[in-house]
Write a protein that binds this ligand. Sequence first.
Ligand code: GDG
Length: 487
Amino acid sequence: MGRLVVVSNRIADPRKPAAGGLAVALGEALQTTGGLWFGWSGRIVEDGAPGEGDLHTLQAGKVTLATVDLSREDYDAYYTGYSNGVLWPVFHYRLDLADFERNYIPGYRRVNQLFARRLVPLLQPDDIIWVHDYHLIPLAAELRSAGCANRIGFFLHIPLPPPPIMAALPQHEWLVRSLFAYDVVGFQSETDLGHFTAYAQNEVSAKAVDRHRFSAFGRNVHAQAFPIGIDVAEFERLGRSREARASYATMREQYAQRRLLIGVDRLDYSKGIPQRILAFRELLSNYPENRRSATLIQIASPSRESVDAYSDIRRQLERLCGALNGDFGDLDWMPVRYIHRMVSRRRLPGLYRAASVGVITPLRDGMNLVAKEYVVSQAASDPGVLVLSRFTGAAEQLEEALLVNPYDLHGTAEAMQQALTMPLAERRDRHNALLERIRKYDVHYWCSSFLQALDKSFPPGVRQRGQARRTRRPADPGPPAPAEPRR
Ligand code: GDG
């Protein structure tokens, strides 16, 4: 296999301990072959020219970190506007929150073109390129039109909605056409894959070549579900650290007389946090024995605060938590502890372990790694119970969790009660089965299975359109960069 090139909106220095599981796994894959990690520098140039941005490079062991600055205008249109104001809500089935009014699409395309322009000179002919997430859907098409003949894979970390929701995006056809410039397209779940194949076959008349391969726009794409995992070994190590043990001990001491339920999320409307607070309220109403004894700790780390929908959800949550504590709380007991701050990663395993119930109830989520982190952090001899939304990618793998419909507050409250009262033997059985699967399908499995699929995506010697050998002047530019998308 050639050198690996990872492209994502943000990059992380894999040597830094705060990097987290995904960065560690990608960093490891990059270290094995030597490679390049390319993305936005995180710097916004206030008066920068649109479509321009300086390139910075830094050597981190065998990995080159290459980043590009963005002008304010590009950042607003590409990141805040199209990626997080349009694609994120629509891909999470929230057409009501999508900002279709403003014309962000030229900025989204401009940044993808800028990335392609800065990346092409850094590429070697045998590099394998792995592009991540919704910010960069048209990148392969832009690379192809610059003559890039390399294998290119794409992984979507968020859900792909069913065709009727996808079709509400004015640029839906352009986006799907852009996916056909990749060799492999990976999704989190079979559900998402099903949505892609239904769209491809019904909307753009793609032909199924075999179980995983589809042909349209003169190209073949290999589409498959590759459910992402966590770095189990790293998380277990973290769990044994002094900080994790200290935070576990503090929680046990402070809540000696209480049962804890825990939720950990970025403060995002897709995570179903208001519904979770309401379901907890229903639990306290319907099962009064939990009053004064059950406490929900909700960590909601700040996220994308410049997008309007995010300040709305924050206000809604503050109101709901205030009302719950006001209505049910007592001098020595607050039903909900809402923390709108980032908690140190080292403390997370101790917090998870101290909680009898992990309440992970997004309205829609690509995978949800918190569910997996919660399970891995439990003591095998006396594990807590996972209450998990059926609308997460994780639910396809974690069927021994108590699966709930987060819109059904009554049903979710019932599952919380079932979790709080579950006999030890059943908790152990469920935990064992979950842990085994999370261990087997960890982030390293995810990484290597995607890269293997990309490596095998077409037999050597057989090149598809856009994969003619790269020459100084591109003889065959491959599939044209998709036509200018509709507003
Ligand atoms: C996207 C997709 C998919 C959260 N709060 C704190 C904190 N976290 C960490 C968790 C976990 C990560 O952030 C969140 O991962 P999720 O998977 O739950 O969700 P997204 O951020 O939305 O991620 C998702 C994922 O990509 C991977 O493909 O699973 O579906 O939406 O690791 O622990 N970490 C720290 N403090 C916090 O307060 N340190």
